[in-house]
Design a protein around this ligand. Structure first.
Ligand code: ADP
Ligand code: MG
Length: 397
C-alpha cells in the first residue's frame, strides 16, 4: 500500500527524522490560512498524488498554469493562487502515464534553502533477503538516469538482521554522501531513525529524494515516498487508515473486497485462474502464443460461487479485455463451483467477448456438463496449451 508524501512525512516526524513544517490542504479556500501558519518567506505548494516526478510534471488544463506539480511561492497569497490552479487539475508525470492523475490534495510546506540534494532509500533486497540502504550524492529528480548512466555513483549495502542497525551503517551513509563533522553525525542519527521507522511500520520502501543539506548545514528529508507490506497491514490499523482509495485502480479495490488476488495489467486477455503458480504459467503461455494478459487473478483455493462471480464481473468490466480464459485446476476448489460461478456471472453481466474454459481435477465432469448445458457460447478446452491457443485465436479473429 502506498501513501501520500505528507502522510509519510508525519510518520518520519514521529520517529524524530528532520522534516519541514507543512499543512495538508484539501480545499483551495483553506490554502491562505494554511500558508500563514508557516514561517515563510518561501512556501512550497506540492501536489499530493501517488506518483513521483511531480516537479517536472505538467498539467493537462491550461488554467493550471505551466509550473509543474511542485511550486515555489513567495507569499501566502501566491501559495493560495497555486492551490486554486492545481486542485482538481490533472497532473501528468513520467510515473502517471498519459492519463495523468487528478490532484485532490496539496501539501503546503515551508520552503528550504537548498545547498545539496542527495538520494537515500531503504528497501527489502530480495536477492539477499535483507533490508538494504541505497545512497547517492546525485539526488534530486533523476535517480533512474543516474542508475542507468553512472551506476558507480550509487552505493548499496545491506543490514545484517542479526545485528540490526549499527553505528557503522550511519558512517557508511555519511561516507557515501561525502559528509564530515557535524553533518556526518546528523547522517548517523538520521540513518538510525529511518531504519527504526522502516522496521516498526513494516515498510517495503522508504525513499527520500531529495535528502538535502540546507544552507545553514542541516540535513532534511525534502520528499518522502513510503510503501507498506500489505500482508503486515493488520498489525498497523493507523497505517491502514491512511489508504486513499481515489489513488488506486477501481478494479483492484473491488477485488480486495472479495479477497481476490488481482492485479490489473495492460494486455487483452482476461484470466481467471486458481493458484498463483498456475496464474503465472497461464500468463506465460498466453504470451508464448502472441497475446498479453489483461490481469493476474488468483481466485484462491476455497473460492465460493459469489467470489467467482465477483471475479468474472471485474474482468468483464475492463474495456481492454477482448477475450477471457478461465483455467482451473480443481483440488480443494471444485470445478462445478467454478462452472456455476461463471454461468451465474455471464447471465448477470452478459458475454460480449469470447470465453474459453479449461477445467481439470475435482468434479471436472460435473463442471463440464454444467458449462455444456448452459446454452452459453463457451469454447471448451482440454489442457492449458489447447486453452491458450484457442483464446489467442479467438481474440485475433
Ligand atoms: P518529485 O520527486 O515528485 O518531483 P519533490 O518533493 O522531490 O517531488 O520535489 C521536487 C523538487 O522540488 C525537489 O528536488 C526540490 O528541489 C524542490 N522542493 C521540494 N520541496 C521543497 C521545499 N520544501 N523547499 C524547497 N524546495 C523544494
Ligand atoms: Mg522527489
Amino acid at each position: 500500500m502506498n501513501i501520500h508524501e505528507y502522510q509519510a512525512k508525519a510518520i518520519l516526524r514521529e520517529f524524530g527524522a528532520p522534516v519541514a513544517v507543512g499543512v495538508p490542504v484539501l480545499k483551495a479556500e483553506d490554502a491562505l490560512a494554511a500558508a500563514k501558519t508557516l514561517p515563510g518567506p518561501v512556501y512550497v505548494v506540492k501536489a499530493q498524488i501517488h506518483a513521483g516526478g511531480r516537479g517536472k510534471g505538467s498539467f493537462k488544463e491550461a488554467a493550471a498554469g505551466d509550473k509543474g506539480g511542485v511550486r515555489i511561492a513567495k507569499s501566502p497569497e501566491e501559495a493560495e493562487l497555486f492551490s486554486r490552479q492545481m486542485l482538481g487539475s490533472t497532473l501528468v508525470t513520467v510515473q502517471t502515464g498519459e492519463a495523468g492523475k487528478q490532484v485532490n490534495r496539496l501539501y503546503i510546506e515551508d520552503g528550504a534553502a537548498i545547498d545539496k540534494e542527495f538520494y537515500l532509500s531503504i528497501l527489502i533486497d530480495r536477492a539477499t533477503s535483507r533490508i538494504s540502504f541505497v545512497v547517492s550524492t546525485e539526488g534530486g529528480m533523476d535517480i533512474e538516469k543516474v542508475a542507468h548512466d553512472t551506476p558507480e555513483k550509487i552505493v548499496t549495502f545491506p543490514v545484517d538482521p542479526a545485528t540490526g542497525i549499527m553505528p557503522h551503517h550511519g558512517r557508511h551513509v555519511a561516507d557515501a554522501l561525502g559528509l564530515k563533522g557535524d553533518l556526518a553525525k546528523q547522517a548517523g542519527d538520521l540513518t538510525e531513525k529511518l531504519f527504526a521507522a522502516f522496521v516498526a511500520k513494516d515498510m517495503e520502501l522508504l525513499e527520500i529524494n531529495p535528502l538535502i543539506v540546507t544552507k545553514d548545514g542541516k540535513l532534511r528529508c525534502l520528499d518522502a515516498k513510503v510503501s507498506f507490506e500489505n500482508n503486515a497491514l493488520y498489525r498497523h490499523p493507523d497505517v491502514a487508515e491512511l489508504r486513499d482509495l481515489s489513488e488506486e485502480d477501481e478494479k483492484e479495490i473491488e477485488a480486495s473486497k472479495y479477497d481476490l488476488a488481482y492485479i490489473a495489467l495492460d494486455g487483452t486477455i482476461g484470466c481467471m485462474v486458481n493458484g498463483a503458480g498456475l496464474a503465472m504459467a497461464t500468463m506465460d503461455i498466453i504470451k508464448l502464443y502472441g497475446e498479453s494478459p489483461a490481469n493476474f487473478l488468483d481466485v484462491g483455493g476455497g473460492a465460493t460461487k459469489e467470489k467467482v462471480t465477483a471475479a468474472f464481473k471485474i474482468i468483464t468490466a475492463d474495456p481492454k479485455v477482448k477475450g477471457i480464459l478461465v483455467n482451473i485446476f480443481g483440488g480443494i476448489m471444485r470445478c462445478d463451483v467454478i462452472a456455476e460461478g461463471v454461468i451465474a456471472a455471464v447471465k448477470e453481466v452478459g458475454l460480449k467477448v469470447p470465453l474459453v474454459v479449461r477445467l481439470e481435477g475435482t468434479n471436472v465432469d460435473l463442471g463440464k456438463s454444467i458449462v455444456a448445458s448452459s446454452g452459453l457460447n463457451v469454447i471448451a478446452a482440454d489442457d492449458l496449451d489447447d486453452a491458450a491457443q484457442k483464446i489467442v485465436a479467438a481474440v485475433k479473429k
